[in-house]
Design a protein around this ligand. Structure first.
Ligand code: ZN
Length: 476
């Protein structure tokens, strides 16, 4: 029997607001001593009242718009009731039947093919605390409790683990572009639940799925889905297709999923409208403000770079992927009117120097002004491309000094004095009679030896086009 894979993804992304979702505790708890970033509200003490964080509603709204979702003018918060030790209130504040946004889509690109993935909804909720299981028992840290999350639920449109991974990566880029979440996987700021089921090809109904909970890397997302497809495929082959929905976990070490429980339905959570919070009403004016913040999507930017700057797909993908690089490139390309060199310096030279120096772009202190000045020096013939890439760039990486100052300090300006170069060219011809004879006999490749001699004697500072033209004149 030929089977088709059906995957839907829930993505939880922690929003990068200043404070938690319903209290004024800091939203930055990374590296803090456990249970020091808490207050009576996020600890669920009796008599306290939550206050919605406006910034998180806006950040969620902007991300929803970027995912082409429709913002609902009226939505509300609900209590999702379940008992779990990391949930101090005994319920999570989420959105049930009236989420802030629904009906969106996202285009993904896999092996050059584009596909639209439907998005059921993006809603807002708060995070739980963190349990650490050790040999001495279980430790509880509530620093994370109450942090603002957006949950992005896809339609069951994904057909392979690779597609699911590509979709998750595309969401990550887009949400980062919106500045709604940093989506740092290392810090647990982005987590996935993947629902996987199979069905005979041609069938249109959905069969009971297994929901793989809490995947926290792209690699585990892909491996866990692949494992689940294989496991369920074998059951179908034995005519024992899953008959009930299940919740499973992923054991990274064993590389397999394990049964956690039969899946809860919405009824198990006894959702009811959160009595302590007013509904969310979004005005036309607010929506218009959010729309202004929606950035160009990375995919659209990539297509535009390829078209406007005649870039290759690889080059455009790299520069469009990260909002900071994209901005740096566009500012430099506009200022220098030399997009080709800007793309090469920002897309190739910069990343390799950063890697070597083990620095981030922010740590390097390099800005569009640095790149603009550097490229202008090359275009004016003051320094060669090679000097720019090596000596000047090395110093820029070290001190973040401006290129002009570096060139002056180190005396790197190219020699464009015709007389001095002509003297060096003549010396080169005297030292290489064989090369001179070869060039005169039409073997133009022999020119390289002569140019090389001049460059070496001038310590790389002779202007190469000038050297070539003088040699050509002398060799006639
Ligand atoms: Zn708090």
């Amino acid at each position: 029997m030929e089977l088709e894979v059906i995957i839907g993804l829930e993505i939880h992304a922690e929003m990068n607001t200043k404070t938690k979702m319903f209290c004024s505790c800091s939203n930055d708890n990374f590296g803090k001593i456990p249970n020091t970033n808490v207050c009576p509200i996020c600890m669920g003490f009796p008599g306290t009242l939550p206050v919605p964080n406006k910034e998180s509603i806006r950040k969620g709204g902007v991300a929803a718009l970027a995912l082409h979702c429709q913002i609902q003018p009226h939505s509300k918060f609900d209590r999702k009731n379940y008992f779990y030790p990391d949930l101090p209130t005994g319920y999570q504040i989420s959105q049930f039947d009236e989420p802030i946004s629904k009906n969106g889509w996202l285009e993904i690109s896999l092996n050059g093919e584009k596909k639209k993935i439907g998005i059921t909804r993006l809603h807002l909720e708060n995070d739980a605390g963190k349990l650490t299981h050790g040999s001495a028992g279980t430790l509880l840290d509530f620093n994370r409790a109450g942090k603002p999350l957006m949950e992005i639920v896809s339609d069951p449109d994904l057909r392979s683990a690779k597609e699911a991974k590509e979709y998750a990566e595309t969401v990550q880029k887009l949400v980062r572009y919106c500045d709604s979440s940093d989506c740092d996987m290392e810090k647990g700021q982005m987590r996935f639940d993947a629902s996987v089921s199979l069905r005979p090809v041609g069938d249109t109904k959905l069969y009971p799925r297994a929901e793989i909970k809490n995947l926290n890397s792209f690699r585990s997302l892909e491996s866990a889905i692949d494992y689940e497809i294989k496991r369920q495929g074998e059951l179908w082959e034995k005519d024992e297709a899953p008959s009930i929905e299940t919740t499973v976990g992923w054991d990274e070490l064993k590389g397999q999923t394990y049964l956690m429980r039969e899946k809860e339905s919405a009824a198990d959570y006894r959702y009811f409208p959160e009595p302590d919070l007013p509904p969310i009403d979004i005005s036309e004016a607010e929506l218009a403000e959010w729309l202004k913040e929606v950035p160009e999507a990375p995919g659209e930017k990539m297509d535009r770079f390829m078209k406007d700057y005649a870039m290759s797909e690889i080059e455009a993908r790299f520069l469009a992927e990260d909002g900071t690089y994209a901005k740096l490139f566009e500012a430099t390309a506009t200022a220098t009117k030399n997009p080709k060199t800007a793309a090469s310096f920002i897309g190739t030279v910069l990343p390799s120097h950063l890697k070597e120096a083990n620095k981030t772009l922010a740590e390097s202190g390099l800005t569009a002004a640095h790149f603009t000045e550097l490229i202008q020096l090359i275009d004016a013939g003051t320094i060669s491309n090679n000097t720019a890439k090596t000596t000047v760039f090395d110093e820029m990486m070290l001190s973040a000094k401006m290129p002009k100052a570096i060139v002056e300090e180190k005396g790197l300006a190219q020699v464009s004095d015709t007389g001095a170069i002509e003297a060096l060219c003549k010396a080169a011809m005297e030292a290489n009679p064989a090369a001179v004879a070869d060039v005169k006999a039409g073997k133009t490749k022999a020119m390289a030896a002569l140019v090389g001699y001049v460059m070496k004697e001038s310590k790389g500072q002779a202007n190469p086009p000038l050297v070539n033209s003088i040699l050509e004149k002398l060799l006639v």
